[in-house]
Design a protein around this ligand. Structure first.
Ligand SMILES: NC(=O)c1ccc[n+]([C@@H]2O[C@H](COP(=O)([O-])OP(=O)(O)OC[C@H]3O[C@@H](n4cnc5c(N)ncnc54)[C@H](OP(=O)(O)O)[C@@H]3O)[C@@H](O)[C@H]2O)c1
Length: 244
């Protein structure tokens, strides 16, 4: 955790607190615990906006980012948040992220698996993660699968907990003879198969965890605002200026 500390490393918490953060209540009323949410990819786009909104409502927000610089910039925009660093393109860093959260947090009400890589530009080429896996599959799906499994006990202890997987309307069946897309890679195919894998994970996890109502698992699609939309807006504003 950070507002200091190395990539994936530990540092002094920004806000020290008791077993649960408690909302401000008028004198004489019973305070109620506000939920704690961990949002992956909270340095931009949807993740950052959700972090801001939930912090505004009094939630305890745990921001995840991969770069200290961008993480600290996000931290400055989310009052009271704590920052965790890990590159999701490395399964070792994902394990360290989970360990870091388990070491510093005594509850987790919502895990929002939001970080994601898009399909990239038309001339994008296949890349691999630190573990030699197709990069979009590794970051969008496998990293979140591993993180969720490692945090599941904490989520169950914080019942009723929620796991929100941010998927997409774009989906494509997996070729189980070539799940790493070593043949015929395209950004769209890699993105869409990673998102379908995420949804299938949601379905199978929901079956496993919802029986006792200690955790619920959802997937959501078509989020906004996103960096992509922001870029488009900037491009549109530039084109508008050019037209004037
Ligand atoms: N935008 C859309 O129209 C749209 C539509 C459907 C679904 N979605 C899904 O919605 C989610 C959020 O999308 P968005 O548009 O808000 O994305 P975004 O603005 O591009 O933000 C993506 C976030 O993921 C982080 N990230 C990327 N690779 C990472 C890695 N290897 N390790 C750690 N963090 C990493 C980024 O960190 P950095 O800041 O360091 O880059 C950033 O915080 C994604 O899962 C996406 O697939 C988006």
């Amino acid at each position: 955790m950070c507002n200091g500390g190395g990539r994936g490393g530990l540092a002094t918490p920004r806000v020290r607190r008791g077993p649960q953060s408690v909302s401000a209540t008028p004198a004489g009323t019973v305070p109620y615990a506000m939920p704690t949410v961990l949002i992956t990819g909270a340095t931009d786009g949807l993740g950052l906006q959700v972090a801001r909104d939930l912090a505004g409502e009094g939630w305890t927000v745990l921001l995840h980012g991969r770069s200290r610089e961008r993480g600290e910039a996000a931290l400055a925009q989310v009052p009271g948040a704590r920052l965790y660093l890990a590159d999701l393109a490395s399964l070792d860093e994902v394990r360290r992220l989970a360990d870091d959260v388990l070491a510093h947090e005594d509850r987790l009400d919502v895990l929002c698996n939001n970080a994601g890589l898009g399909s990239g530009s038309r001339d994008a080429t296949r890349r691999e993660s630190a573990d030699g896996l197709e990069l979009l599959f590794a970051v969008n799906y496998l990293a979140h699968f591993l993180l969720t499994m490692r945090l599941l006990d904490l989520l169950r202890r914080s019942a009723p907990a929620r796991i929100v997987n941010v998927a997409s309307a774009g989906q494509q069946a997996l070729d189980f003879d070539d799940p790493q897309l070593e043949r015929g890679w395209s950004g769209a195919r890699a993105y869409c198969q990673s998102k379908l894998a995420q949804i299938m994970f949601t379905v199978s996890l929901a079956e496993r965890v919802s029986d006792d109502d200690r955790a619920r698992c959802y997937h959501v699609t078509s989020p906004a605002p996103s960096r992509w939309l922001a870029r488009r807006a900037r491009v549109n504003r530039k084109s508008e200026r050019r037209l004037r």
